[in-house]
Design a protein around this ligand. Structure first.
Ligand code: ZN
Length: 305
């Protein structure tokens, strides 16, 4: 539907609407490298406030980057990601995932696939809770980290995983969908990975949240690696288009160390950098806080039986 070479988007990816407005102009402190290999696609990227122009569909409210990066370049960039900072945050990721695991219901040896498993930490948490858990991950480095933990982490796209014929009772996609160049196609492939009645749990940033609307162009999640910015309505439409029934939409919170939080805040708002530095000197390194500003959604959907 969309011509990727057009200078301006001509129709909304989600609803086909043609009334599109430039919502946030391009902001870049430095030009993106031609091969996208500047760390922008790392999970822990600090390139807040760097992004291509972001457009809004007046019909459905979808926000999206335009122009989109070339899908092949994107795949290569994600395959090449190495992100040791994330490994340093391992304990906090485990806290985050243990909190969210409760929403999945009893494990009962159900088969689970974590899409965008990164270093496999959620797979590990789910396996220890009694799921038959596997992951799939584009980054060769991250999938390798997961395998070093003794986990099954495929180095495949969702489409490649679906082509294997394997099916699962639960698929999870934590903070993945906003990174995808063609999220509907990936969700359709995900639908095919679920057994009838199987559940999909995904999280994504909420562009319709109070804080996102209040901060406008200063909302820190406007970043190069985030191609689509959904709200409760648009994410539900996307899932319905891929065949899913949406059950509920709640909030998702991350647990991070105070040190990591200060680094992120300082990267997003340079003016607080010196304040962050002085807080850092008095806060114990191991302090952790759940971060939930109401701008991260947890969506539960299922493949109809
Ligand atoms: Zn639209």
């Amino acid at each position: 539907m969309l011509d990727p070479d057009a200078a301006f988007p001509t129709a909304c990816y989600l609803c086909g609407g043609r009334e599109l407005q430039l919502r946030f102009g391009e902001r870049r402190t430095s030009a993106p490298t031609p091969d996208l290999a500047d760390g922008s696609y790392n999970c822990t990227s600090l390139r807040h406030g760097n992004h291509a122009p972001i457009w809004r569909c007046r019909t459905c409210g979808l926000l999206f980057q335009w122009p989109l990066p070339d899908p092949d370049d994107l795949l290569k960039a994600y395959s090449a990601v190495e992100d040791p900072v994330y490994v340093g945050e391992r304990a906090n990721r485990y806290y985050t995932f243990q909190r969210v695991l409760g929403a999945l219901g009893p494990a009962r040896s159900r088969r689970l696939l974590d899409v965008g498993a990164y270093c496999g930490y959620f797979v590990d948490v789910a396996r220890k809770a009694g799921f038959q858990a596997e992951g799939t991950e584009l980054s060769v480095w991250a999938a390798g980290q997961g395998r070093e933990l003794g986990l099954t982490v495929h180095n495949q796209t969702v489409g490649e995983r679906a082509a294997s014929g394997d099916t699962y009772d639960v698929v999870t996609m934590w903070d993945v969908v906003e990174h995808l160049a063609d999220p509907r196609a990936e969700l359709e492939a995900t639908f095919g990975l679920l057994a009838p009645g199987g559940q999909l749990h995904l999280s994504t940033i909420d562009a319709g949240s109070r804080i996102a609307r209040a901060l406008g162009q200063h909302w820190p999640w406007l970043m190069e690696m985030h191609l689509y910015y959904f709200d409760r309505h648009t994410v539900a439409s996307l899932l319905q288009q891929a065949g899913f029934r949406v059950e509920r939409i709640g909030l998702y919170s991350h647990v991070v160390s105070v040190d990591y939080l200060l680094t992120k805040v300082a990267a997003a708002i340079p003016a607080v950098d010196s304040v962050a530095e002085s807080i850092r000197t008095v806060v114990p390194e191991h302090w952790r806080v759940p971060v939930n500003l109401g701008d991260n959604m947890h969506i539960v959907a299922h493949r109809p039986a």
